[in-house]
Design a protein. Structure first.
Length: 120
């Protein structure tokens, strides 16, 4: 039994390689493409990673800025992450928002998927 509320997430993208390049550049990591059933995907972490993770898959994204928002860890702070979002073709859509456990900002990826980047 897991104690995490989230077990796995999937983000639909129109162009799998473009999304792989975007998320890889923003998060500063290699993202593996897995071509298998039920469809090709690009994993955020190794499939054996015990932490909560997810993948990108070929699909129809929600209308720009709508749909669920997945919050990802900002690997080296919000400012540096926001700069990489812009450089990689995404859009930062909010200033940092302070909450008791840290801060985050909202952004959209090149497909318009709503994403957040969090710093503890």
């Amino acid at each position: 039994m897991t104690t995490n509320t989230c077990a796995w997430f999937e983000i639909p993208v129109a162009d799998l390689e473009r999304a792989r390049n975007f998320y890889g550049a923003v998060l500063g990591r290699d993202m593996s493409r897995l071509d298998g059933d039920p469809n090709p995907m690009v994993a955020f972490t190794d499939m054996s990673d015990a932490g909560v993770s997810g993948h990108l898959y070929p699909g129809k994204p929600a209308a720009a800025g709508t749909g669920p928002t997945i919050h990802l860890a900002a690997p080296d702070g919000l400012e540096a992450t926001a700069a990489r979002v812009r450089k990689a073709g995404g859009e930062v859509v909010s200033d940092p928002i302070e909450i008791p456990s840290g801060s985050f900002f909202y952004a959209t990826d090149p497909d318009g998927n709503s994403i957040g980047f969090f710093e503890a």
